[in-house]
Design a protein around this ligand. Sequence first.
Ligand SMILES: [Zn+2]
Length: 61
Amino acid sequence: MKGLNACKSCHLLTEKDRCPHCSEQTVNRWRGYVIVRDPAQSQVAKKMNITKPGKYALKVS
Ligand SMILES: [Zn+2]
């Protein structure tokens, strides 16, 4: 997962410096990640307010 940035707002992991979901700035300081395939069925996704499938950082600093 090296080289990926995390969105400050929705925690999406991406190679870009702007989040493709919400256009927020992304940062390279994050820890841990979760892969969400079906947000509607995922407790983690609900907790983190994730509505789209993807890879998300657990902590973004
Ligand atoms: Zn985002």
